[in-house]
Design a protein around this ligand. Sequence first.
Ligand SMILES: *Cc1c(COP(=O)(O)O)cnc(C)c1O
Length: 450
Amino acid sequence: MEPNTFEVHDPEALAQARAILNASESPADWAKAVVEAVRRNEEWRGKRCINLLAPEAPTSPTVRALLSSEIGTRAAEGHIGRLNRWFAGTKYIDEVEALCVELLKLAFRCRYADHRLMGSMLGNMAVYHALTQPGDVIMSAAQPFGGHSSNRVDGPAGMRGLKIVDVPFDPVELDVDLEAFARVARQVKPRLVVMGMSMTLFPLPVRQMSEILAEWGGKFIFDGAHQAGLIAGGQFQDPLNEGAAVLTGSAGKTFSGPQSGMIMWNDPALTRPIADTIFPVLAATHQVNRVAALAVSAAEMIEFGKVYMAQIVKNAQALAKALDERGIPVLGAKRGYTRTHQVVADVRQFGGGLEVAHRLADANLITNKNLIPSDEPKDWDRPGGLRMGTIEVTRLGMRETDMETIAGFIARVLVENEAPAAVARDVEDFRLPYQTLYYNFDHGLPPWMQ
Ligand SMILES: *Cc1c(COP(=O)(O)O)cnc(C)c1O
């Protein structure tokens, strides 16, 4: 068969897949090719790489096991309880789901929580559907300042037909320009202001912004996809306590659970609109295996979140400082680099984010290109920044001195221009002894903490 004339995916990757399929007539071999690629990823990313992707977290052995449990083959939809469900036979599923909801409320110290959506993209969509009408004005941050497509015109907010006005940002302080915000907001009177961001280094002025919005009944939504674990662990600002009406979060980022969307709120008046959007608009059956895994990761966060998240932030600060000392400029130096799991470097002098991220990946150092305030949104493919996060290295039991070692590896590739393959060997030697995941009920705290 002739290949299609247009694919959004890399045509070479698809051609390679077709070559694998063409090499055998046997569907069993095709299945084996899939399993083999998964195994290679586990061997490389799972054991030999230093994974510094900010939106990634390794789940505990129990959480990972639950993801392949029998309960994940069962169908359950709707709200919890005998009368609410369409399907019978859900008594244990109801138990698991109810535990998940109550554990999320405890973890986030809130009155209502939802566990059913597969990601924060959908969580944000639920909030937009529940709390806005097409044509409404909202305000959110542009991508070079850390804004995320889910709150912009190219994501769910745009799909809801919302008009989006930028939250003014100070590119030097990396903070909201509150004066400009007050002026613009009073003029356009947004129904929602949605902040949180995927490049997130410092707390945001949630209280001040919420107070301004209250003048016309606007609501603040904190998109805490990245910070959910930090918030649960009490190591970041607590948006619901500072005036935010809704907190959304991804469970697979700092929260260190299975990839999921979580929605938390306190006002009972929001319960109906949010719940009616989750079901039956965005979810029917909702992966009860993932819900069980989410429930256990919430319990882990309640038990270990405080020390785990504090160490994540300490490691991020140590990594940022060590990079800066080795000649790699890091954003936010004036404010102590970071108060989250993230470190953002300005790598324009080393060839830009795309080039640098791939060079580092050849050295088994996994990061991502990122827009920074000096970029335009159109620089999307070739931005000037590099984003790193310390979730996984922390869960593997590493501490501040290990961050200096990692910064040394990164500097060898970027500053000293060493061949990535040579650095990769040293990265592997360093990483191979770290194979146990801590801050969970399987393995407790790292040995040096006990
Ligand atoms: C990652 C992210 C999302 C999307 O989360 P998923 O769980 O991947 O769907 C939404 N908002 C922000 C700010 C993010 O960083």
